[in-house]
Design a binder for this molecule. Structure first.
Ligand code: SF4
Length: 349
């Protein structure tokens, strides 16, 4: 988030900070460090600010991700962990790019969607597997199915590069006629080593999903959970409460959804809504007259790239009751052991 001016400003004057970088530095980092060590001008590098107050030159997103070097985890203390799980990314950004609350797609690396080739991803997995004697991988992409060919390509071909590979990743159950997540796709993904899938369920209320511009349907989310579970995947969801305008009826719809699907969901992360700087919902909240928005803005916490607010809407007893019910369901789900096939990934995602 250092690509956001306010955030970079909040950090660059901290004692001991030489520079703040809001850019994808996969290729540029060695040059930036060399410039620092040589006492050169760090601001010649796009996306870098120093504590002297000069403005940042914006860094463009990286164009060709296949040119980025394979991360070097040689110095990572692998021996302190029970399982070796190598993180990697197949692309940056998100092809949907529209959810009003999403801070990922305004960060330095998420601004536009770009994908690597399937082959470069498979070669990286092979190289990391050889280097670190492991077959476990964690995809850190915002979503693995922005380009459905990626998740399919990994599932279909990974066996030729890493025998016995097992992997987990995040997807978006979006409305495209082909989003790469059909029942057949999921069966093939499991055959190709996928063990766990995470997705942004957000809410069980269609009204609220539409208000967020999530681009997904409650019924399609439900079908995905059924399909992923019966294909053998451990299913994890992220959700949040407190989106501006959320009502007791929305929370009750979430409760009904969780009741219906709790046996097929392995883990839920259920956050409080955060108003992040630079997001579309933040722009709306800041641009409308102060008394006209459901959130009362208290202060900007630029270091954390967020705004501290108070929800003006009174939380009626029906809302509080439904929220308590939803939290009880989340607790019931999260205290169960994970599906056996996904155990080594417990605690990730
Ligand atoms: S689908 Fe996910 S990554 Fe894409 S905009 Fe929405 S929340 Fe952000």
């Amino acid at each position: 988030m250092f690509n956001l001016e306010d955030v970079a400003e909040a950090w660059r004057y901290l004692p001991g900070v030489s520079a703040v970088v809001g850019a994808e530095v996969d290729r540029a980092l060695p040059d930036i460090v060399r410039t620092l060590l040589d006492g050169g001008d760090l601001t010649e590098h796009p996306g870098v600010v120093v504590p002297d107050g000069r403005p940042m030159r914006k860094a463009l997103p990286l164009r060709n991700l296949d040119d980025a070097p394979v991360p070097d985890f040689t110095d990572f203390p692998w021996d302190r962990y029970p399982v070796r799980i190598v993180p990697l990314m197949t692309g940056r950004g998100c092809q949907w790019d529209k959810c009003l609350f999403c801070s990922d797609v305004i960060s330095a690396s998420g601004r536009t969607f770009r994908t690597r080739s399937v082959e470069s991803v498979l070669l990286e997995m092979q190289e990391q597997s050889d280097r670190h004697s492991t077959t476990n991988f964690l995809f850190l992409d915002l979503k693995l199915n922005s380009w459905p060919g990626m998740i399919r390509g990994i599932a279909r071909d990974i066996g030729r590069y890493v025998r016995g590979a097992e992997w987990i990743g995040t997807v978006h159950v979006d409305r495209r006629s082909d989003n790469g997540l059909s029942r057949q796709d999921l069966d093939i993904a499991v055959e190709g080593g996928m063990r766990r899938v995470s997705f942004g369920l957000e809410s069980g209320s269609q009204r609220l999903l539409d208000a967020m511009q999530k681009g997904s349907d409650v019924e399609r989310n439900a079908q995905f959970i059924r399909d992923a579970h019966s294909a053998g995947l451990s299913v994890r969801c992220t959700m949040f409460r407190g989106f501006p305008g959320e009502t007791a009826e929305d929370m009750e719809a979430t409760v009904r959804f969780l009741e219906e699907h709790k046996e097929r969901i392995d883990r839920i992360r259920f956050n409080e809504f955060t108003l992040h700087l630079g997001t579309p919902i933040w722009r709306t909240m800041m641009s409308r007259a102060a008394g006209d928005v459901p959130l009362q803005i208290r202060r900007q916490d630029s270091k954390q790239a967020r705004v501290i607010y108070r929800n003006r809407e009174p939380r009626v007893p029906a809302y509080r009751k439904a929220k308590a019910h939803a939290l009880a369901l989340v607790h019931e789900i999260n205290r169960r052991p994970l599906r056996d096939a996904a155990r080594q990934f417990d605690g990730l995602m």
